[in-house]
Design a protein around this ligand. Structure first.
Ligand SMILES: *Cc1c(COP(=O)(O)O)cnc(C)c1O
Length: 496
């Protein structure tokens, strides 16, 4: 099989193996790692759709992670996709009336982040071993709510790794916050910051690219890595479920092998939808990738106009995991759209950093044709939850509702009647208060944890094991810091 290597989107000429890229997380010049070329599928679609999740994962991962042995990859896959998920299907499609929901929330923390963060710790540990790294690895993670918990859960109690999570103190749901601050594990650290997700993410990126600080760390026997979707080890496992969704649609007879389908993806950092794009590039018959934003609609505007402008008010919405104005993974798409022109990408990213805005050329805009942008207001998100529940007894979370709302609008305005899979990124139990309020205003203001019982009665889906006793768990993490003190927090935690 052809070896796939990784390089920076911003022009640094160093070439890395997949294990090196996973350990490093981000390139030294601040760019993201991208494969030097798109690999080619080694089996045809007819074969792939017969596979179970693990076997399919192997077929996809081996294309991108070419310096891992079969044994290593299978060990990682089997360790990740096991009973931690509450269904052996791992990522089932729920059909509710005419809608197909790809449920990516059956993992331990009830959000789609588990799809990749259950396997990343194994990929990282295996990579470090292959590369004979003896430094202790420090995972720095910024979270808009779901990544944090999923990463903590994945990395907890793993020897040789410490994990530090920064979350916006006032920008996550009650359940998300509780999940994080009650995290157990000798190597887990959770810090609330007085700022929003973009502040947290920029802070982490700055620490990663601070040469002096990295040097100091190295002297003390530590090195940084990332659990954010900038890590290629997170992106690649997400490609798998696009194929798997397609396979389920074929098996259920909803489509024939070869038919095109669309995906609508509730988007924040652009990681999930980018994996869908990679799946399409690998040859999956995907029509449109519909990029759904909430009121922080920077991506919608970008797709409509070719101008990316982050200079706008940051809005706290009921879909907090999408409250993002700097969508990191878009950089990888720009790299592809520009014909792998890293100087172009660097120029755009420099403009974003210094002016908060950039424009793409008409050629690049043309190349965006696989995507459609849409956004849902808070009102339409609420309405979507209520409508779907009333019409089909299916309860969506707030993020999935954004996707649904955008899809309906797209379908009505475009007349595109290809089958469309709505990527469902979280369990409604993670956002109980807002979901219940959308169903009936009488629930407004009620205790989030008490509402879980009501939700159970209404939805006939039992409260997931992992949050059943959340409210009574002891709080283990209480640190809060200013957004410019993130580095000092690292020093304090590592005692350096
Ligand atoms: C992270 C997240 C998203 C956004 O995914 P990106 O890969 O950042 O675009 C959407 N919904 C939920 C529930 C999430 O946790």
């Amino acid at each position: 099989m052809k070896e796939i290597c990784y390089i920076s989107t911003r022009g640094d000429k160093s070439v890395f193996s997949s294990s090196q890229a996973i350990v490093r997380g981000i390139a030294e010049d601040g760019g993201l790692f991208v494969p030097t070329e798109m690999p080619k599928l080694s089996s045809d679609l007819n074969t792939l759709i017969e596979l179970n999740y693990r076997d399919l994962a192997y077929e996809i991962l081996k294309l991108f992670l070419t310096d891992f042995t079969e044994e290593e990859l299978k060990y990682c896959i089997n360790s990740a996709y096991d009973e931690k998920f509450d269904t052996p299907v791992i990522a089932p499609i729920a059909k509710a009336k005419d809608n197909y929901f790809l449920e990516l929330f059956h993992g331990p923390t009830l959000a789609f982040k588990d799809m990749a963060l259950t396997i990343l710790p194994y990929l990282l540990k295996t990579s470090a071993k292959k590369l004979n790294i003896d430094s202790e690895i420090v995972i720095l993670t910024a979270t808009s709510g779901d990544t944090g918990k999923a990463a903590l859960e994945g990395f907890a109690n793993i020897d040789g790794i410490k994990i530090i999570v920064y979350f916006p103190q006032n920008g996550v749901s009650e359940v998300q916050k509780k999940q994080m601050i009650t995290q157990e594990g000798f190597n887990t650290y959770v810090v609330g910051i007085e700022g929003n997700f973009d502040d947290a993410q920029s802070g982490v990126k700055n620490i990663f690219t601070d040469e002096d600080f990295n040097g100091k760390l190295k002297e003390k026997g530590f090195m940084f890595s990332s659990a954010n979707s900038i890590n290629i080890g997170r992106l690649v496992p997400q490609v798998v479920y696009y194929f798997y969704a397609y396979a389920q649609m074929c098996k259920s007879g909803d489509i024939k092998v070869g038919d095109e389908i669309n995906f609508v993806v509730p988007t924040g950092n652009f990681g999930n939808i980018l994996a869908g794009y990679y799946a399409k590039e690998l040859g999956l018959p995907v029509g449109k990738l519909i990029c759904a934003s909430n009121e922080n609609k920077v991506l919608f505007d970008f797709m409509a106009t070719g101008t990316y402008d982050k200079k706008r008010a940051f809005i706290l919405t009921m879909s907090p995991s999408m409250d993002i104005l700097i969508s990191s993974n878009l950089e990888r798409l720009l790299y592809t759209l520009s014909g792998q022109d890293s100087s172009k990408v660097k120029d755009l990213m420099d403009k974003l950093n210094s002016n908060g805005v950039y424009n793409i050329s008409d050629d690049m805009k043309q190349a965006l044709k696989d995507f459609v942008g849409g956004y849902a207001s808070e009102e339409n998100t609420t309405k979507a939850i209520k409508d779907v529940f009333e019409n089909s007894d299916y309860l969506m979370d707030t993020h999935t509702a954004v996707a649904y709302s955008v899809y309906k609008e797209y379908k009505d305005s475009s007349g595109d009647d290809r089958k469309t899979v709505i990527v469902s990124t979280a369990s409604p139990y993670k956002f109980t208060a807002n979901v219940m309020k959308a169903i009936d205003s009488k629930y407004d203001g009620q205790d989030e944890f008490e509402l879980m019982n009501e939700m159970e009665t209404l939805s006939k889906v039992i409260i997931p094991e992992s949050i059943r006793d959340l409210n009574t768990k002891p709080i283990l993490h209480t640190t809060i810091c200013a957004k410019d003190e993130m580095k000092q927090q690292v020093e304090k935690i590592l005692n350096i």
